[in-house]
Design a protein around this ligand. Sequence first.
Ligand code: GLU
Length: 480
Amino acid sequence: MPAAKKPRKSDQPTSLWENVNLQFDRAAVSTKIHPGLLQQIKVCNNVYSVQFPIKHGKDYVIIEGFRAEHSHHLKPVKGGIRYSEAVTRDEVMALAALMTYKCAIVDVPFGGSKGGVKINPRKFRTSELEKITRRYAAELIKKDFLGPHVNVPAPDMGTGPREMAWIVDTYDAFHPGEPDNQACITGKPFQQGGIQGRVEATGRGVQFGIREAFSHPEDLAGFGMKPGLAGKRVAIQGFGNVGFHAAKFLHEEDDVKIVAVGEWDGGIYDAKGIDPEKLQRHMKRTGSVLNFPGAKNMKKGNDVLFLDVDMVIPAALENQINARNVHRVRAKIIAEAANGPITASADETLRKRNVMIIPDMYLNAGGVTVSYFEWTKNLSHMHYGRMSQHLESMEAETIIRAIEANTGKEIDPLARKILLRSHDELALVNSGLEDTMRCAYRDIRTLMLRRKKVQDLRMASYALAIEKISGAYLDLGIFP
Ligand code: GLU
């Protein structure tokens, strides 16, 4: 698709919090919910901010952190902890709001929360990061902003299983011997009560969500896109945990051609396609995606967003496509793996230009979905499949034997493979995640097709979330 003309209107920079609320208001008019209740759903219930000193090299630095609890309509509240220099109170509130809507869409029974520590983790030693993480966790515990039944964090940008392990250990020190301590946080290492498939869950969910969007050819036709993922040219901005896994699964299992990858220090382009596993090994070795064999370097990593490809997947920060650069977008589909990568005004422009947007609050909900599985696993103190795995394989063998005895023929090898496939924890997690992503997309799509005022997937996602949350408030009897 050719790039559009540059808009004359100057960009009105809006924060993520403003963007989220603008989108909320746009969708709210399509519902019949009382304005007072809409206001209650929209506001952020509380934000806790902390500041503490840490010895950094020979100096002391003051570390600033936040934890926002957007909505208490369901408890515990849930959402990641991000380590980034861009963290602000507003950003954390907006990300917490997105968590509320995200959980509602995928029927994960949590309110939304988010935490952030304003640091660049690359600038600190591991021992310093451990001190920061444990102190931040201790501050949250003291104010009841962390606990299995109140507020359950998870990894986000700049954090991972290691930080989660420090946090669960800190929580355990404050609450010795309490049986549900492991459920105070998700995304833990497997040996610390984590679950198979959590590390890759957000990227897996992105793959399942894109697959589902591509399974409705009549929708794609409206955007001038042919069905079938195989051979589609895709550019990915951000090659962290989410970007890497989304690229890997789409490349390996759906035959998608990853033609470009952008990172903070530049991007790479190869029309023949990039193997994500090989690129990750290159990145680990050299510290950068640049100079990947066979690919051309691009000066600015963000420029991958504006390539002439079928689909762009922003998997980095918010506000990446905004009024200043939206005219440069040439892809027909934008699949939002990151939270809030498109500002409200850019979103409007893209809609007018008939670009299909698969919205963040649906597409990246795979992480929190598998977090929910981890949390329930921790509370039940038993791994998935423990009671059913053996029984199911015995049943499958009995069925195979019966069919073979009745027909006098060996069963088809593919049918045998399917019947005897393992129902271990990873298989169950992925099956639960796939089903969740498929059902949620269908709910969003049905709402969009049924309601005249709702014209796009983002508006439908907000409307669906708002209506589900309003139902929870009405059940509580807070609003008549
Ligand atoms: N940080 C992830 C998100 O933004 C995961 C949150 C969670 O698992 O609680 O969705």
